[in-house]
Design a protein around this ligand. Sequence first.
Ligand code: MRU
Length: 348
Amino acid sequence: MNTYRTLQWDDSTNTLVLLDQRSLPHRIQYVICKDEQQTAEAIRKMVVRGAPAIGAAAAFGLALAAFRCNCQTTEEFLRHIENAAQQLTAARPTAVNLQWALKRIIRKVAEAEGTIEELRRLVLDEARRITDEDVRINQQIGLNALQILPEEINFIHHCNTGALATVDYGTALGIIRTAHEHGRKVFVFVDETRPRLQGAKLTAWELQQLGIPFKVIVDGASGFVMKRFRIDAVVVGCDRVAANGDTANKIGTYNLALAAKAHGVPFYVACPTSTIDLSIANGDLIPIEERDSEEITHLEGKAICPRGTDVFNPAFDVTVAELITAIITENGVCYPPFERSLRGVVHP
Ligand code: MRU
């Protein structure tokens, strides 16, 4: 497992400690959250990012709300944490893991009986359970992927889906890691992932620590790389999968899937089943977060576009199901038609 943990609960102070991903790979620093507002802010500002990681962070944000309330009755306590859940949910709209984690905890509390102190403990215990499960789930996704991957694999990977995007180990990057740990010959072309460079900064950092060979490429190079080299698989993570298999992931994923289709390269999506949202029929209904224009007009705080330049900055796009070879989850590998196969892996 990793030396640096994405997030940790500090029992001595009842606070949430987040590894500040904005300053990686060159500086290791932490942000301490003492309440749900600070946690929501840290998620919004991407101190912590990646769908499973923000789900786990939000779960601990709810525990902070539970510990900081002076509620007198259990009804008041439930209302208090429901309000906190609303604030946390609003922090980032696309990744469904955030809502999934919060709803799971609220349901547990609503069904439970006990004193406020017992309910507080229940919120924290459930947040801990979500984080522990995440690591096991990621390892299982990796093992399931081994069944369908060849002995020698040249990958293209987009964004960051590793230990930093999860509690530990990673989803799509977890697949690469499992293949490497099982002695497969692995090489990774790492999309830099404009505009926030999660690939160039975070994925490159993780692969370097794992001793997995890689080269960073600019996002626009992936088509050329597929034409020039033997690419065996594109692997990406995701923020939400609709019931028909349409998948929201980091901006640029759709282009990558189109290029993969044109070159006959298998395109794999990796995710825990908590990222599958069967309540949404197709990708057009997935809310897509738009972020600050400075992410595009500036590089490391320095303006690169003419002053007053207008931009469109969706943080995610939707890859249509027709372009996806398989969706790899902890409960099995789903093939088209996804309407049926996804239902088979999501257990209520
Ligand atoms: O904006 P980010 O960095 O939170 O986006 C992350 C991604 O798009 C990941 O690919 C996705 O969350 C899956 S992480 C296992």
